[in-house]
Design a protein around this ligand. Sequence first.
Ligand SMILES: [Zn+2]
Length: 339
Amino acid sequence: MNENEIKYIKDIYSKSKMKSEPYCCPRCGYQTIQKQNMRYHLKIMKRICPTAIRDLVLTDEIKETVLRERLYHPPVNPSITQTINNIHMMNNFIASMDPISKLKHITEHHNIELVDFETRVEKLYKRDVHRFITDGFRRDVVYNKEHFMDMVSDITSSGSEISDMNIVYDSNTDHVHFAVGEEWELRRSQPAILFLVETLVLYNLSFYEIYLIRKLVSGRCVQLEECLTMYYHFIGCFNIQPYVFEKNDSMVLFNESDIGYSDTSDKSDIEAHRIVDKYNSMYLRIRNTLTDADRRSASKEVIDILKSNHKLNISQLNKHILEVLRVDEGFKTRMISNL
Ligand SMILES: [Zn+2]
């Protein structure tokens, strides 16, 4: 075969190959092997085809290219590739940084202060506590175990607020950092779990306990007794004492007229003693029925919630950092220089 023959065969081959390839609209993906159909689609058809493939204005040049070459490949914009690479690099850079120094940088940048963990929990339940004390709820409040775990989730999730990012879990060491005042306090995971639940009890659930007992004292209600059982079961898993354990303190609440119900206000000290003793032994009875498996599973549930919220919190934090990094060169320099 000479050169011309080779060329001829190649031409035939490529033509036959091309023939089987359809014309393709780069905007909507419409395909046809008939050139006239594509001509109709691109030039005559009145309605504009949908941007199913890409948002592209079909210029005359593009239309001619499609009719000539069957396909049109838009040029790749190098600046977009560059930007994607940069974002990818930045994300890697952000992910490699320690969360606490990230928090330090971002709070300094926005000139905000972290809300201390306990302060945030207190604020979160302030309204509920007031209503527990004054019986200000329209309906009976009945919590079950899911509610308690939801609360654990509420206090360990910072949402999108930077100022609420006051818990950081370190999976390498299995330690939890809590923002306390201006400092970070470090706890191993087990004491951290206890601290979380204790904080919840201190700023919310102990008032729920008082509320339940007052309701129970003023009239029998099976459902509320079940609620108290569930609550004692929950705190029993963490060996947290009920409110009625602190005898002297709790007696005041079951005596005091201005914060209690009218029918408990004139109860004698003896009556208050009786109430406190009764519910304290109810707690002890429930706690004694708990098995190690109960305690382990309660702890595991709390730490699992903490861990999954930590992931969400960190991804929020990274988003905040990325936003600033993209627009503020000075911020970038400061972060890099502090590595
Ligand atoms: Zn089209």
